[in-house]
Design a binder for this molecule. Structure first.
Ligand code: NAD
Length: 356
């Protein structure tokens, strides 16, 4: 089981160290190799995704990724910015299916910004298409407008597009995931305004006919954004495009209390995957030893389940996380009165202890 360890920038190095510690506690043999990525790779090699890092990722069964980015790189040309590393990995490895579970642990119900009764027991799965849509569509750029409201002035443009096979494959991923859960899929679109998403809806409906046991519901993205804060437990599996998924999954993360609790997996057709917390490099708290490592530790659990075929080890980690929360241990982002505050390393050590 070959794992590429890419800690990245900011809190990335701190939280990945804890996840590696947890993996090393399991009675499994891993071949783990680390490489620089993001701003750290730019500093050392002049590129956020050096060829050597990409090769390590390509050759691995799975990638454990921390986070990349820092405000100090905001002035770099776009291809050299740390965030390009993650886009490059998604593109080069064909990681088209992003899984983001949003689970509200019963111990953290009060950390959510919503009323406890709305989030208690929340367990939804957002499946976001990751390699298409307006984030990758060409052409894009700046030019002088020849039409529109202000011809002759400067304008910027992007291209939203989805091909049939791109929609079909993410639809199959969503329907198959739903079969293992409550057999309900909500496909989120903007078919009332966008041609791309009318096509999305049509193809989703067609693929849905191959899964008569799964109930398919369509919802416009603006309504989905409202329903997520009004009645989030009404959802089970949500499938949507790259941009809508980006926004809705961050919204869903807040329902659970902290983005520091949310793992994610990005898979390709061979089940090779990149596993990372849903949050970024948090430069505001980097180096302070206070970042919550649980999202990364839970990402390692997803890695064991999806790419390394070790569901029992995955369940052991998830149980250990549940146990440390029950013990009342909290990093500052999930802290509430009456619980015990711990730092990044303290939380990692507690998970290791609970595993033992
Ligand atoms: P962020 O997710 O890094 O931080 C948002 C807020 O959440 C901050 O207040 C931060 O302190 C807090 N937070 C995040 N993770 C936490 C954790 N584990 N424990 C406790 N608190 C946590 O988002 P941002 O501030 O918008 O972006 C910071 C940098 O990260 C930017 O350079 C951005 O481009 C990058 N980024 C990278 C990724 C990625 O690597 N996949 C994703 C998102 C953002």
């Amino acid at each position: 089981m070959k794992i590429a360890i890419l800690p990245g920038d900011g809190i990335g190095t701190e939280i990945v160290a804890e996840a590696v510690k947890v993996l090393k506690t399991l009675d499994l043999k891993f071949d783990m190799e680390s490489a620089l990525v993001g701003g750290a790779a730019y500093e050392a090699h002049g590129h956020p995704l050096p060829e050597s890092t990409l090769k390590l990722a390509r050759d691995a069964d799975a990638i454990l990724f921390g986070a990349v980015g820092d405000w100090k790189y905001d002035k770099l040309d776009r291809p050299l910015r740390p965030e390009q590393a993650i886009l490059g990995l998604r593109k080069n490895l064909g990681l088209f299916a992003n899984f983001r579970p949003a689970i509200c642990y019963r111990q953290l119900t009060h950390a959510s910004s919503l009323k406890p009764e709305l989030v208690a027991g929340l367990d939804i799965l957002i499946i976001r298409e990751l390699t298409g849509d307006i984030y990758f569509g060409q052409p894009r750029g700046r030019r002088v407008a020849t039409d529109g409201h202000f011809p002759g002035t400067e304008e910027a443009f992007d291209t939203m597009r989805y091909s049939r096979p791109e929609i079909e494959r993410i639809a199959h991923v969503a329907f198959q995931a739903a079969r293992k859960r409550s057999k309900r899929v909500t496909s989120v679109d903007k078919a009332n305004v966008l041609e791309t998403f009318q096509f999305w809806k049509d193809v989703m409906t067609e693929v849905g006919q191959q899964y008569p046991d799964v109930e398919l519901q369509h919802m416009y993205v603006d309504n989905a954004a409202m329903q997520l804060v009004k009645a989030p437990k009404a959802f089970d599996v949500i499938v949507t495009g790259n941009m809508f998924g980006d926004i809705l999954s961050d919204e869903a993360s807040m329902l659970t209390g902290s983005i520091g609790m949310l793992p994610s997996a990005s898979l390709n057709a061979k089940n090779q995957g990149l596993y990372e917390p849903s949050h970024g490099s948090a430069p505001d708290i980097a180096g302070k030893g206070v970042a919550n490592p649980l999202a990364t530790i839970l990402s390692a659990a997803m890695m064991l389940r999806f790419s390394l075929n070790q569901p029992e080890a995955a369940a052991r980690i998830e149980k250990a996380v549940d146990a440390v929360l029950t013990q009342g241990l909290r990093t500052p982002d999930i802290y509430s009165e009456g619980t015990t505050k711990v730092g990044t390393v303290g939380m990692g050590n507690a998970v290791v202890k609970a595993l033992a």
